[in-house]
Write a protein that binds this ligand. Structure first.
Ligand SMILES: [Zn+2]
Ligand SMILES: [Zn+2]
Length: 374
């Protein structure tokens, strides 16, 4: 085994544990830490400094998705930290002790099956999911996998980089499969939200023209400051479909990236999309999305599901942030605040992204990552 020089892995840690599906989380101070000698080949122990909180974590706690989480469970899948130990007999590791890495939703995959070979690592039958089928980042130490952790560029600070690992990668990958090219129009419903504000920035970095759909002066100001080319307020608009089409000169956008839990986001997209356009679905409501068969065929619309991203997508998403083109806007809290954050998520009270500071960093990395709002 190998451990970071001068570092002693503690026996216990603070961790936020979901004891059983649907139960409240418990902040446990004496939760055991897997020791370096217990790591299998290919496993690494990461000391987490920051972790984002994603809506998926709430589903993991409640167990209300068709695919069930393990229990007890430590949630969290947007973590950044330092590798402090690597399992004995790990070969050809792309990362080393002391590296600052990110932990994303896809914790591990076999790399050898048809899906892994074709670039669908997330669909690997042996996939491990952080904070869902293996313990995640709501703890001071997490076991992850050397082949799948994502190196964090030096220019990015850890708090700002955290949410790139799920919200950033997911929106970036959705844009990659949107069948658009430089100069095309894309509609982004929910543009002022946690995923949406990143989608606006990635879309602009990719040379797209953005129609931001959301509501209220604060969100309008935000998305315009991020480069949105057109704004439609869904509360004050008398005809959202007509307004979205008008913003593009009449034909409608070439693509829409929809995160919504409600059908209307999808049915409207089919109506306003340009003929030959693409509806990219990245929200995961466990419900029918109500896409009309006639108009989908008649307008030659492509309906495309997009599920998180691969190792390569994560590296690209971070690289675009490293270049200063994407900043996560977030509010920082402590690990012990997670319970309150879940309550606010359930009540729909959280506007942007929440990042939890899990432990103080010795090496703080760069300063470019994000914009803290509190
Ligand atoms: Zn997520
Ligand atoms: Zn595989």
């Amino acid at each position: 085994m190998s451990t970071l020089s001068g570092f002693t892995v503690p026996k216990t840690q603070t961790a936020c544990v979901v004891p059983a599906i649907g139960k409240e989380i418990e902040v446990r101070k004496e939760h055991p830490v897997k020791q370096a000698s217990e790591l299998k080949p290919g496993e690494c122990l990461v000391k987490i400094s920051h972790t984002g909180v994603c809506h998926t974590d709430l589903h993991a706690k409640q167990g209300d998705w068709p695919v069930k989480p393990m229990n007890p469970l430590i949630g969290g899948h947007e973590g950044v930290g330092i590798i402090v130990a690597i399992g004995e007999n790990t070969e050809n590791s792309p990362v080393k002790l002391g590296d600052r890495v990110g932990i994303k939703w896809m914790a591990d995959s076999c790399l050898n099956c048809e899906f892994c070979r074709r670039g669908f690592e997330m669909n690997c039958p042996h996939v491990k999911l952080s904070g869902y089928t293996v313990d995640g980042t709501f703890s001071e130490y997490v076991v992850s996998f050397t082949n799948h952790v994502t190196p964090i560029p030096d220019e990015l600070d850890s708090a700002g980089a955290a949410s790139i690992l799920c919200a950033g990668v997911t929106t970036y990958k959705g844009l990659k499969v949107s069948n658009t090219k430089v100069g095309d129009w894309i509609a982004l419903p929910g543009a002022g939200g946690g995923l949406g504000h990143l989608a606006v920035q990635y879309a602009k970095a990719m040379g797209l023209k953005v129609i931001a759909i959301d509501t209220g002066d604060a969100k309008e100001k935000l998305v315009k400051s991020l480069g949105a080319d057109a704004w439609v307020d869904f509360k004050t608009s008398k005809d959202i479909v007509a307004d979205v089409k008008a913003a593009t000169g009449g034909a409608g956008p070439h693509a829409a990236l929809v995160t919504a839990a409600h059908q209307s986001g999808y049915t409207q997209a089919i109506q306003y999309l340009r003929e030959g356009g693409t509806l990219v679905c990245i929200g995961m409501p466990d419900a029918d999305i109500g896409v009309n068969g006639f108009w989908t065929v008649f307008k030659s619309i492509r309906v495309q599901g997009s599920y998180v991203g691969t190792r390569q997508d994560a590296i690209e998403a971070l690289d675009i942030a490293r270049a200063g083109k994407v900043k996560v806007i977030f509010e920082q809290k402590g690990l012990a605040d997670l319970k309150d954050v879940y309550e606010d998520l359930e009540a729909g009270k959280i506007a942007g992204r929440i990042v939890l500071e899990v432990s103080k960093e010795e090496n703080t990395g760069g300063r470019l990552g994000g914009k803290q709002v509190n």
